[in-house]
Each structure stands twice: as C-alpha cells, then as structure tokens.
Design a protein around this ligand. Sequence first.
Ligand SMILES: [Zn+2]
Length: 141
Amino acid sequence: MPKQARLSGIKSFRCYTKAEAAALVGVSIRTIGNWTRDGLPLLDATYPPLIRGDDLRNHITAQREGRKVKTGLCEFYCLRCRKGRAPAAEMADCKIEGNKAMLMALCNVCEGIVCKPISLARLPEVRSRLDLTIKRVEATL
Ligand SMILES: [Zn+2]
C-alpha cells in the first residue's frame, strides 16, 4: 500500500517550495510535480514557484475522496482493476481469527486476489449470498 501523504503540519497561510512541501507531507518532489500538473496551483509569479498551504491540503483531501470506492457487502475492491468487483463464481474463503474475519476471493474480471475484512456480525448475511469456505485460525499467544 502506498504511503499516505500527511496532512498534519500543513499551515494554510504559509507558502512552500516543492521541496518543502514534499518533506512536509512525506512524498517525493517528483510526486509534488505530478500534483502540480494534476491541478495543484502554483504561485507562478514567485521564483522558486510556491505552493500555498491551503491549496496543498485541499489537493490531498480531494485526492483521498476521489480514491475512495464504495463496495457492497459482497463486493471487493480489486487493486488490479481499481474497481469494486464481485468474487469469481460467487465464492470466497473466510478466515476467522479471534473476533476478526477476512474474506478472500478472486476478482470476477481479472482473477486477481481480492480480500477485505468483515465483521463477524455480518458473516451470516455474506454466507447467504456467497459460497464461503470458512477456516478458523486458533489465536496464538
Ligand atoms: Zn480485478
């Protein structure tokens, strides 16, 4: 999973160079360059070009919102397809460990492995809709 840019520490009324912004949010300068090409505003009248703190924060927040994909109870987010997908053949493995359950299946489009955690409370509902193979794992101390 890629590192998530840090929002804390960005001061709205400060301006940052690309290098300062990169260090502040924990991404590379190249990533900041990509963001400015994707619409993160730069103060062009300055040299070096500066990025306003509030613009930086808004850009990261908007990016996060755009990335969120809603998946239904019996849907999985497929990293390869970058979309919510149903499991192939409506089949999934379920690993229960303590009070946590993890569903694992194959994407019905690309056949990549998809998985997601679910609450035990919702397991009966999932079980009624998918062909689940349930495996209980003994918690080790
Ligand atoms: Zn897929």
